[in-house]
Design a protein around this ligand. Structure first.
Ligand code: TYD
Ligand code: MG
Length: 462
């Protein structure tokens, strides 16, 4: 009997190779090559077909009929924002995140809202029994009867149920537990995940049903299974959060129907997730007043300015090698900024331990955090607090120069709205926003960090 033909795939980038190897030749990742049965061309290879059943003839733009995408609101403002204004009919959305972060809860709340408005919704779970789902649903609240639940892992059966019920939105929780019987490998394997996703993509497009797919993430935070999964779907949402805080951040890392980088902020409570409409207030809750080493930074997430507290603790090193840590931001950037400060401000930081923290559980890596980081370190080093109600933002270059950042005016307005009275920024941003900024906030524009006052009192009108 002829041996079943198998191929090898990289679970990171999806590259096919005929032989096993310790390292993927395409992306260079180690130990990611796995064996999987080769696809049978023709019958099973859903990935090879076009998603909208087009005839395959080249067309001019005006010959293509495309309707304006229909969107359905979820009544969860933060989720709508991340999706780009609601659920697009016939789209395939991948929702991923750490176990226990609240993916099933958020999707269930979304289904409940849709059903309560009279939409038909189907929630398929391959992970939990119907009784478990019921217990969760009871915590969230009553839902209308147009929301149906199904415990099933066979994709063929799921397709039949979807075609019979014809819901507006279907949830598949999770892609790693589902299986197509004609693919001869275990659920969760590379070929199962790939074929399942292609199968669902086709179902979503041909039947015009929006499908949400839950995906697990690996230890290092990417979606388990081939990275390819992210290429196949329309939208990829990541649900992140610190297990020690109740805040959850939903982030679109890819969105064919909206902008990426938008975030939604939620808080997990005893009756499910609730929206956090003003994240800045939450991020700054419990912030110390008039303490050295603490600065409020105005960062931007998507199009949305958010205020976060940056803290620095600077103390004398007791060992030969100073200890440095950065939580919630980039460690290498912190080292670079400390080197710039050492050189341009002439202060000796090499003998100091430095601990940097962005409080509130948000991870910020944008360059506008540079100036707040420098101010926090300087304030911690000199043991002098900044003036009350001070905020800052701005990128810092290697010569210590302050550079403009995006959306300066929106940042200044958010700071003023939350009652801050002083904002330190780059001179070029200062000139740009001076005319339009709210009058109640005083702006200080700087060209170089050398212009920072020694006593950190920012006097003088600007
Ligand atoms: P869940 O949505 O099951 O996570 P995921 O599907 O991402 O694995 O969320 C599970 C966690 O959320 C669990 O630890 C319990 C907690 N939780 C609450 O705190 N309050 C609630 O109302 C619900 C439904 C869950
Ligand atoms: Mg779950």
């Amino acid at each position: 009997m002829a041996k079943e033909k198998t191929l090898f795939f990289c679970t990171e980038c999806g590259t096919e190779t005929p032989k096993w190897a310790g390292r993927c030749a395409a992306c260079g990742a180690w130990n990611t090559i796995v064996e999987a049965p080769a696809e049978r061309r023709g019958k099973g290879s859903a990935a090879r077909r076009t998603t909208d059943g087009a005839s395959g003839k080249p067309l001019a733009l005006k010959e293509i009929d495309a309707k304006q995408e229909e969107r359905t609101g979820t009544d969860i403002g933060e989720l709508d924002r991340v999706l780009g204004g609601g659920i697009v009919d016939g789209s395939l959305v991948l929702a991923s995140g750490d176990p226990g972060i609240g993916k099933s809860t958020l999707l269930l709340q979304m289904c409940r809202n849709l059903a309560n408005r009279g939409e038909k919704v189907l929630y398929v779970s391959g992970e939990e029994s119907l009784a478990q789902i019921k217990l969760r649903a009871l915590r969230i609240g009553d839902c209308a009867d147009s929301l149906l639940f199904l415990a099933e892992t066979d994709m063929g059966a799921i397709r039949e149920h979807i075609l019979a019920y014809r819901p507006k939105v279907a949830i598949i929780d999770s892609v790693q537990t589902m299986m197509l019987p004609e693919v001869e490998s275990a659920p969760g394997s590379v070929s199962q995940i790939r074929e399942n996703t292609a199968f669902l993509m086709r179902l979503a497009k041909t039947e015009n049903i929006a499908i949400f797919l839950v995906g697990h993430v690996t230890k290092d935070g990417s979606v388990a299974g081939p990275k390819m999964l992210e290429h196949m779907v329309d939208t990829v949402l990541y649900f992140e959060g610190d297990s020690t805080t109740s805040y959850r951040i939903l982030r679109a890392v890819k969105n064919r129907f909206g902008s990426t980088n938008e975030i939604g902020v939620f808080e997990m409570g005893s009756d499910g997730l609730s929206e956090v409409r003003n994240p800045s207030e939450h991020m700054l809750r419990g912030m110390p007043e008039n303490e050295p080493g603490s600065v409020v930074a105005v960062t931007l997430e998507g199009t949305r300015p958010i205020l976060v507290e940056v803290q620095a603790l600077i103390c004398k090193t007791t060992f030969n090698l100073p200890r440095r840590t950065a939580a919630g931001t980039d460690f290498n950037r912190m080292n670079l900024l400390m080197a710039v400060m050492e050189k341009r401000l002439g202060i000796s930081l090499s003998g100091c331990d430095a601990y940097l923290n962005v409080a509130g559980g948000l991870r910020v890596t944008e360059p506008a955090l540079d100036l707040p980081v420098v101010l926090a370190i300087l304030s911690g080093y000199r043991n002098m607090p900044l003036p009350e109600q001070t905020t800052a933002f701005g990128e810092i270059g290697l010569t210590g120069e302050l550079r403009a950042v995006s959306q300066a005016l929106a940042r200044v307005r958010e700071a003023a709205k939350l009652g801050y009275r002083l904002c330190i920024l780059a001179q070029s941003d200062f000139e740009k926003v001076r005319g339009d900024a709210p009058k109640e906030i005083r702006l200080i524009g700087l060209r170089n960090i050398r212009e920072l006052p020694k006593d950190l009192r920012f006097d003088g009108e600007r």
